[in-house]
Ligand binder design. Structure first.
Ligand code: AMP
Length: 506
């Protein structure tokens, strides 16, 4: 299948050639003809599959006829995060070089005035995050009754972030006769329900099994202690031991851990930047640009901030925490092993992560092997670094009747941008031990290890976090200060476990 066979306009085909694309990706080949035929589309695709072009290219073709009116956008694209929204604008810039279309970006964190001015001029394509869009609407600056085509992108992420009520509100303001394109990487029941509600007789286009992980990614679990310093210690050893590490994203479940871990890594000589939802837009853009252009080797990020970002050629993903929502695992590790390249993912597993891990393995339909060896028993912390992790891991190995590992690869010094960080200012360590003098004792990173002991049964999905979000209206999981376990989680106070003693009355 060639781009020329899809029904795209000459102007768009020219831009595609300029972009250097020779053939459409599967989602593009399947979706574009349906979009051009004005059908609703339900696209099940992860980022990295070319799904943005699957809607931007036909939209550009369709928008060549007609004109925009003031405050009445012709098309509307909803994105869960500012970065994703900005990325879609970049797509329109790239493929729309031969068009004279007005594209407006309506996101939080920046002033209303410029956005107002753009809306007043008339927009062909409005790309927005839900909160700020509603803010404009409530201020009477925007009418959605002229929207001919609506794109709801990353629907499962919208759900995770608590945006669905806003999306439902927005959809009610858009004409019933519109065309709707609905994209999601996974299709949990809530998303199926929304798709049924928003779409009319859609063409279903699926490019990969929902929640599948790329076969090009080598995934490993790594036993780690539960304390922050133990996990940071373990992470540093992993970073230093990975000879193939070119650049990597390190995901944390909580924003405060993102900031803490980034400072800790810098204080240990790593070249690391942070990306989380509390940072102002300028710092977020700076962090992202630095990582994209290779100035920064490691990006410590929260799920929401890093979701779906187009960062090519990431060699490694590290999960500093096991994600609480199994879909997040798929999204996180999807940052590596893209477009057929090989990638590595390591997930630090602490006591109490069993349920989350079980849910992930159920979702991806395969067990994740453990990284061989117990790094925590060796290296910089010496005996002090062992603690719970070493005991636990050794215990599990002996329980499997395995012998301790021998020999193997020595860790590479100066990896992960350490050298480049040498001249960078080193902030004071953040509750972490200072950088050691020598770091060469990490053990070999032999890869194949049998399964660990059986874990707890099926996972409960914890309730999403509830905190204030972008417009003050939403409550975003990314802003969470901590995870919310279902009920008492695994930490039932001891007094509740004691048998009740009923005193006899005299
Ligand atoms: P997306 O899934 O939209 O985030 O796109 C992932 C990456 O694939 C982006 O860097 C696009 O520039 C690139 N891309 C999109 N379509 C094609 C294509 N037909 N051929 C090669 N690369 C593409």
């Amino acid at each position: 299948m060639a781009f020329a066979d899809l029904g795209l306009s000459d102007k768009v085909l020219q831009a595609v050639t300029t972009a250097g694309y020779t053939e459409p990706t599967p989602i593009q080949a399947e979706a574009i003809p349906h979009v051009l035929a004005r059908r609703d589309v339900l696209g099940i695709a992860q980022t990295g599959t070319g799904k943005t072009a699957a809607f931007t290219l036909p939209m550009l073709t369709m928008l060549e006829t007609g004109r925009a009116r003031a405050r009445m956008p012709r098309t509307l694209i909803l994105e869960p995060t500012r970065e994703l929204a900005a990325q879609v604008v970049e797509n329109f810039d790239r493929y729309g070089t031969n068009h004279k279309l007005n594209v407006a970006l309506i996101i939080g964190g920046v002033s209303f005035a410029d956005q107002d001015a753009k809306l007043t001029r008339g927009t062909d394509v409005l790309i927005a995050t839900p909160g700020r869009l509603l803010d404009h609407f409530e201020r009477g600056k925007l009418l959605l009754t002229g929207v001919e085509l609506l794109v709801i992108d990353e629907a499962d992420r919208m759900l995770d972030m608590g945006f669905i009520p806003d999306i439902e509100r927005i959809v009610k303001m858009v004409p019933f006769t519109r065309q709707t394109l609905f994209f999601s990487a996974t299709m949990p029941p809530e998303i199926e329900r929304l798709a049924d509600m928003f779409l009319h007789n859609p063409a279903r286009v699926e490019v990969a099994r929902a929640a599948s992980t790329a076969t090009t990614i080598v995934q490993r679990l790594v036993a780690a202690g539960s304390e922050g310093h133990e996990k940071r210690d373990r992470l540093r050893k992993l970073l230093r031991g990975e000879a193939d590490l070119k650049n990597g994203i390190i995901f944390c479940n909580r924003k405060r851990d993102v900031a803490l871990l980034q400072k800790s890594l810098v204080s240990h000589g790593f070249n690391a930047a942070a990306l989380h939802g509390d940072m102002d837009q300028r710092s977020r853009t700076q962090a992202l640009d630095g990582f994209r252009n290779g100035e920064t080797a490691l990006l410590v990020a929260s799920d929401v901030a890093a979701r779906g970002l187009d960062i090519p050629a990431v060699s490694h993903v590290f999960n500093f925490d096991v994600p609480r929502h199994p879909e997040d695992y798929v999204h996180r590790i999807g940052r590596t092993g893209r477009a057929g390249r090989s990638g590595h993912s390591f997930t630090l597993v602490s006591r109490g992560d069993d349920r989350s891990l079980q849910a992930i393995e159920t979702l991806i339909g395969q067990p994740i092997p453990w990284l061989d060896g117990d790094l925590s028993s060796l290296g910089e912390g010496g005996a002090g670094a062992e603690g719970e992790t070493a005991t636990r891991h050794r215990g599990s190995r002996s329980a499997r009747g395995e012998s301790p590992r021998e020999g193997g690869r020595r860790p590479r010094r100066g990896s992960a941008g350490e050298a480049r960080a040498a001249s960078a200012p080193r902030p004071a360590p953040q509750g972490d031990r200072p950088a050691p003098e020598a770091e060469s004792e990490a053990p070999p990173a032999a890869r194949r290890v049998p399964r660990p002991p059986a874990r707890a049964a099926a996972a409960d999905r914890p309730a999403p976090e509830k905190t204030r979000g972008e417009s003050g209206r939403h409550r975003r999981r990314d802003d969470a200060e901590g995870e919310t376990p279902a009920g008492l989680g695994e930490h039932v106070p001891a007094f509740l476990l004691r048998p009740a003693v009923v005193k006899k009355q005299k």
